[in-house]
Design a protein. Structure first.
Length: 78
């Protein structure tokens, strides 16, 4: 299946994409961790764009990047 950037997903689609359980997804919507839409008050929808931004929101830095940051910080402080 070819996916589009603006694709609208249901909880089942999101579970398939991420491997998360539906219960986990419901929990993350109830604590407002995941952005969602509920236009008719029952079914929850997600934008693929929202999910991709969320999944990439806290990237891990490599060891080399971690070594560079303190040196840059110290240099800028002088």
């Amino acid at each position: 299946m070819e996916t589009k950037t603006n694709e609208i997903m249901t909880i089942s689609d999101l579970a398939e994409l991420t491997g998360w359980s539906k219960a986990y997804i419901y929990k993350k919507t109830s604590d407002n961790t995941l952005k969602f839409s509920k236009p008719l008050g029952k079914t929850i929808f997600f934008s693929r764009e929202w999910i991709e931004k969320f999944l990439m929101s806290k990237p891990n830095t490599t060891g080399q990047e971690q070594e560079i940051k303190p040196a840059t910080h110290v240099t800028l402080k002088k």
